[in-house]
Design a protein around this ligand. Structure first.
Ligand code: MD5
Ligand code: FE
Length: 217
């Protein structure tokens, strides 16, 4: 479904076997070279979500080559299979019946994500309303959910408050945010503990992977 222009939700996009392979990869990424951590915001608050990054290291609110807030190492490379997964996602979300795309930055061949943020929501974790604007590119963000179902709050580009729409994201769901929705406010008010299908390979909690183009070099 397309809850806003450029925002496409594809429930059940990833089959269980692919979810399992991604969960296995996440278990490795979480331990290094830069370990998964809860980022500390400039005001001193520690996020409840834990994050590990590939390609570029994200910290509030910038991308760096080295993880100077977590030991100073260099994050793991973004593997080619994740870049291909991102292109598959754009094809699924944006390819029109005649094979065309509404925008140049919706075309899979123009999409080369250079960072992935892997978020882990343990039971009780949440993410407040925010915009993703640390990237110097307006290319779409590809979001993949695995494990517990969450409530995803999809807002507007002007304010972090209403109007917004709450929808549930389940394990295997794809969501692509491009065009006018790329800079909308959004958040995850809660996850629904105990809803993870063991067939995803994740017994508890929620993983969200976002693929992005930073526009940096
Ligand atoms: C998550 N992660 O479920 C979400 C999925 C983050 C974050 O928000 O910043 O790590 S990304 C959802 C997203 C990205 C770009 C635009 C919009 C949503 N949007 O317009 O709603 O852990
Ligand atoms: Fe975000």
């Amino acid at each position: 479904s397309e809850p806003a222009v450029g925002a496409v939700h594809v429930p059940g996009w990833l089959p269980a076997e692919k979810q399992q392979r991604i969960v296995q990869a996440c278990r490795q990424w979480a331990i290094g070279p830069v370990p998964m951590r809860a980022a500390v915001l400039p005001g001193g608050h520690t996020m409840s979500v834990q994050t590990v990054c590939l390609g570029w290291h994200w910290q509030p609110y910038k991308y760096t080559r080295t993880a100077d807030d977590v030991g100073g190492g260099r994050v793991a490379e973004l593997p080619d299979w994740l870049i291909e997964l991102g292109r598959d996602a754009l094809r699924e979300a944006y390819r029109q019946p005649d094979g065309s795309y509404a925008r140049e930055d919706f075309r899979p061949e123009n999409y080369t994500p250079d960072t992935a943020l892997i978020n882990y929501y343990a039971e009780g974790a949440h993410m407040g309303m925010h915009q993703d604007k640390d990237e110097k590119s307006s290319a779409p963000v590809v979001s993949i959910s695995i494990g517990d179902t969450c409530v995803f709050r999809f807002g507007n580009t002007e304010t972090r408050t209403r109007p917004y729409t709450d929808l549930e994201l389940e394990s295997g769901d794809l969501f692509v945010f491009g065009g006018p929705s790329r800079f909308a406010y959004h958040g995850v008010p809660r996850t629904l503990a105990g809803t993870a299908d063991p067939a995803s390979g994740l017994a508890s909690g929620r993983i969200n992977i976002t693929l992005r183009m930073t526009g940096l070099s």
